[in-house]
Design a protein around this ligand. Structure first.
Ligand code: SF4
Length: 436
């Protein structure tokens, strides 16, 4: 049987225009990686920035199944360089999988390396503990809990509402573990605030602003579960919008404000903009009509696919098409039991969606699907989507952007292999850098 190394190298040679860094990164994101105990963090008391669990678990096992990694968290991200593939600097979000063929550990010289099938394939750098994580709010809460940063410190991730009101098997997106992740952190006794008070968010941002002296943090994302009724007496646009309003009043223009929310009616979208949000992510999740209905039953029931898409187009008139960046979850279109069974069909379908939006100046982006074990699709597809799908998607994405004269979307930091910091898919590693 071919090894994972064989698969990776075969795809690298068949798709030479996709950076090698992106092939490795996609494989790590779809399948996860294991950590030797020596490569774990000392949580918030050490010198390495720990995994914050900023919204979903993004792990291939539940917390109780992670062993030492449940007690001493893995790092938030790793950065890969060198090795036999001569990797340029590549930032990868950490998705833990104790049975992955990828393992982070020390070599005989005591250096931290990434091993694939037992062979060292890259040097591993760990994210230093940021100065702002060493301070707490007046009530003792940590900055990591209230306002974690990801993408090597570029993005402050504000999950204001830690659960989703699409609830249960008939409403939750079939690949999403937001509600389970909230439950498992509560059960483990970890601090995990369901609704983050605005004052706490502002206090955490003040700490970041004070100690992030190099201005590594450039953007914030306001997000959380969908709100189909109200939270704190507010519907979705006002619930998320009031955080932006408070942030922009207190720190005008300090960060680029982004919101991930449902595709809302135009008047609500206008309110987001009025509150100071500059980038809107009304995620369409999966393009194919049948799969959207089956895998996003809550979105289908409350809004409906056609209306969702219509609202995305409407929002481009409020924000400008460049600033509407809907996400899709790359790989779920190949998830059994209903997904495409051939890579070609899946790529064709996804490209049809890219065409639909990019021909209108809207640049979708994607997150690589992590098949979390407590989700219906994670249970039936523990291996995720084929690596070939992810590699071919990178080609299709770039080709469609080029065909429509689009460049990398705003709010993601630098593009290009060796420069990108976006950590949950490698689309930014695959696009040309601004000066290339
Ligand atoms: S809308 Fe879907 S993907 Fe988003 S938090 Fe709710 S269940 Fe998860």
């Amino acid at each position: 049987m071919a090894s994972r190394t064989d698969l990776v190298e075969e795809l690298m040679s068949r798709h030479p225009q996709v950076p090698r860094e992106a092939v490795i990164k996609e494989d790590l994101l779809r399948g996860g990686l294991a950590f030797d105990d020596a490569a774990l963090t000392d949580n918030e008391n050490g010198n390495v920035k720990p995994k914050s669990y900023f919204i979903f678990s993004f792990d291939h096992r539940t917390l109780p199944e992670l062993g030492t990694a449940a007690l001493r968290r893995p790092p938030e991200e790793i950065v890969l360089t060198g090795g036999p593939y001569e990797l340029r600097r590549t930032v990868v979000s950490v998705r833990t999988n104790p049975s992955s063929p990828y393992r982070v550990g020390t070599d005989s010289d005591g250096r931290l390396r990434l091993f694939l099938d037992g062979r060292a394939i890259a040097d591993v750098g760990l994210p230093p503990m940021p100065a702002y994580y060493r301070h707490t709010l007046a009530n003792g809460k940590s900055v990591m809990e209230v306002a974690p940063t990801i993408q090597w410190g570029y993005l402050i991730y504000l999950t204001a509402f830690r659960v989703c009101q699409y609830f249960g098997a008939k409403e939750e997106c079939q690949y999403c573990d937001i509600n389970h992740n909230w439950r498992q952190h509560k059960q483990a006794g970890r601090p995990y605030t369901g609704v983050k008070p605005v004052d706490e968010v502002l206090e955490a941002l003040e700490i970041i602003d004070r100690y992030d002296t190099e201005h590594a943090s450039q953007a914030y994302t306001l997000t959380g579960g969908s709100i189909t009724s109200q939270v704190n007496g507010l519907a979705e646009a006002d619930f998320y919008g009031r955080y932006a309003q408070a942030i922009e009043e207190r720190f005008p223009g300090r960060w680029i404000g982004k919101v991930v929310a449902q595709a809302l009616p135009r008047a609500d979208v206008q309110r987001f903009h009025d509150y100071g949000i500059r980038i809107y992510h009304p995620n369409y999740e999966v393009w194919d009509k049948r799969l959207f209905e089956l895998y996003c039953p809550g979105k289908e029931r409350y809004v409906g696919r056609e209306e969702w898409h219509r609202r995305i187009l409407d929002s481009a008139e409020v924000f400008g098409p460049r600033n509407v960046i809907p996400n899709f979850v790359a790989g779920v279109e190949m998830a059994a039991p209903h997904g495409f069974t051939s890579v070609g069909e899946a790529i064709d379908s996804t490209t049809e969606g890219l065409e639909y939006f990019m021909s209108r100046g809207i640049t979708p982006r994607f997150t690589t699907w992590c098949p979390e074990p407590t989700t219906p699709l994670g249970r039936t597809n523990p291996e995720g989507a084929p690596l070939e799908y992810h590699v071919r998607l990178l080609e299709a994405y770039r080709a469609t952007m080029d065909a429509h004269g689009l460049s990398s979307p705003p709010g993601y930091g630098p593009a290009g292999p060796g420069r990108a910091v976006f950590s949950v898919s490698s689309f930014m590693d695959t696009l040309p850098s601004a000066d290339s």
